[in-house]
Write a protein that binds this ligand. Structure first.
Ligand code: LFR
Length: 498
């Protein structure tokens, strides 16, 4: 048919995909061509990304695309944030890149803020304090080895694969803003801040805008995959930026919307016109990440479906195998778990066994733990919904706007039970979809770059017209009111313990 075909490489913490998008000027249809595991690997007691395996997965996807389509307009990569790859002056890999959940980051925040006060770090970068941030990783890296000194180029995960594809050594703006090494107002690396932390800056590359043409696919990749001299276009390379591009809102609607980009992490917040860098924002530890067309995302990271991913692994390690669908079904059948967790408790970032971590949390907070797998998952999903509701209240106060509707996008929006819980915990209507938000956002920025579509508003109209959305109305007011009181008490108690 006459539609134009674009390719999105979309890399998440659990899996990566090569997805095609067929755009006919009005609607876009996506198709998954190839999926492969990403996930961390243990190397000498450290946690790393196997980027060679990921690159193989990407190339396999490109081969499939080549067999399927006569012509491919362009290709672009997005990935999870904060992680990076180091190349030396011969463009060789310096080390296998670290995973943001690696242990070396523990304690870096205290060490960093002894040198540069929190208020100053926040004023310069607008980014929330999390030890997964690139800044903390670079600080840790500088302390425990000489990899940085050996490096000539630092590329983020998505931008590294752009380099693999076409040789460009640049970082795209939306990703740069997540590093906490970038001054979003000056639109440049925060070099004086990095100097004070003794983090080298010579390896930080040029920052380009979403939609930039990075060059054509290299000859070696053309040979390997069969795809021709296809242009490589940087989308919004940070997956969350791409996901929020794909929030299916109508520009004409007067409704104030919030989003939850739901995957390994849940990114919960608002789109705003300018970063919110107030004293209150610092207190609330929110983040301001750069988006497309001058937009900003005022949001907070919530631990997200990582908790369920890891529970599934823990269950499986004791012989209880179940799909995500099965686990959700069991949660739906469970009677009230009767206990909650704070999903963002540091003990859940990367525990050896998630089930045991949740048991421990319940013990330490004086709650009877969940009795079985269903109750366990129910406890997690309810706690996530309660945490979202807390965060949405915070960001809405900071941005001084009311929220009328919540859009849940990303793979996690397929979890109907969680959507119902969100509507309950927030007492707001929830619109779920598209589950392919990240890939759609990636694809549509490529269309936009090619001049096939105008504004971000037009992009969202196309997406709204292309996907199926499911609405959830708030129910069970008193149940959720009581739950929220209990949850908030629990978080307070826990914070005073830590
Ligand atoms: C979501 C995400 C978040 C980032 C986290 C770690 O996939 O990109 O935005 O904080 O992963 O990279």
């Amino acid at each position: 048919n006459s539609s134009l075909k674009y390719l999105a490489v979309d890399l998440g913490g659990e899996s990566g995909r090569v997805v095609s998008g067929a755009f006919d000027g009005k609607t876009v249809e996506v198709e998954e061509l190839h999926r492969f595991a990403t996930g961390g690997i243990e190397v000498d007691s450290t946690l790393r990304w196997d980027i060679h395996r990921i690159w193989q997965g990407i190339q396999a996807g490109l081969q499939t695309a080549n067999k399927k389509y006569d012509k491919i307009e362009s290709v672009g990569v997005d990935s999870w944030g904060v992680d990076y790859v180091l190349l030396d002056d011969n463009e060789q890999l310096v080390e296998l890149p670290y995973h943001y959940r690696d242990r070396r980051n523990i304690g870096t925040l205290d060490q960093i803020t002894e040198i540069v006060p929190k208020s100053e770090l926040f004023a310069t970068t607008g980014i929330q304090f999390m030890e997964i941030n690139t800044l903390c990783q670079l600080f840790a890296g500088q302390r425990c080895g000489d990899a940085l000194n050996k490096s000539q180029h630092l590329l983020t995960i998505a931008d590294y694969f752009h380099w693999c594809l076409c040789g460009s050594k640049t970082i795209e703006f939306t990703f740069a803003t997540t590093t906490q090494c970038f001054d979003p107002v000056k639109r440049n690396w925060a070099t004086s801040l990095l100097d004070r932390l003794k983090i080298p800056t010579h390896m930080l590359p040029e920052v380009v805008s979403p939609g930039t043409n990075l060059g054509n696919v290299r000859e070696s990749v053309q040979k390997q995959t069969g795809i021709g001299k296809v242009p490589v276009i940087a989308p919004a390379t940070h997956d969350t930026a791409s996901a929020v591009v794909a929030v299916p809102v109508a520009t004409s609607s007067a409704k104030n919307w919030a989003y939850i980009s739901s995957g390994t992490w849940s990114l919960v917040g608002l789109e705003v016109d300018t970063p919110v860098i107030s004293a209150e924002a610092l207190m609330a530890n929110v983040t301001n990440e750069g988006g497309v067309d001058g937009t900003w995302r005022l949001l907070k990271n919530v631990m997200g479906l990582w908790l369920v991913q890891r529970l599934r692994l823990a269950f499986s390690s004791r012989g209880f195998e179940a799909s995500y669908e099965k686990l959700t079904e069991l949660a739906g059948q469970a009677t009230s778990a009767g206990c909650f967790i704070d999903p963002d408790d540091p003990s859940f970032l990367n525990p050896p066994n998630m089930e045991e971590a949740i048991f421990r949390f319940c013990n330490e907070t004086g709650q009877a733990p969940p009795a079985d797998e269903g109750e366990m998952v129910k406890c997690v999903l309810e706690s996530l919904a309660l945490r979202y509701s807390q965060v949405l209240k915070e960001v809405s106060a900071l941005a001084k706007t009311r929220i009328d509707v919540i859009h849940v996008v990303g793979g996690g929006c397929k979890n109907i039970l969680l959507n119902q819980y969100i509507a309950g915990a927030t007492q707001l209507p929830v619109v779920a979809g598209p589950s392919e938000a990240t890939a759609l956002g990636n694809l549509m920025i490529q269309c936009k770059s090619a001049g096939k579509i105008g504004t971000l508003g037009d992009v969202r109209t196309v997406i709204r017209d292309s996907v199926e959305l499911i609405e959830f109305e708030p129910t069970a007011l008193t149940y959720w009111q009581d739950a929220l009181v209990k949850f908030e008490g629990l978080c307070k108690k826990r914070n005073s313990q830590n």
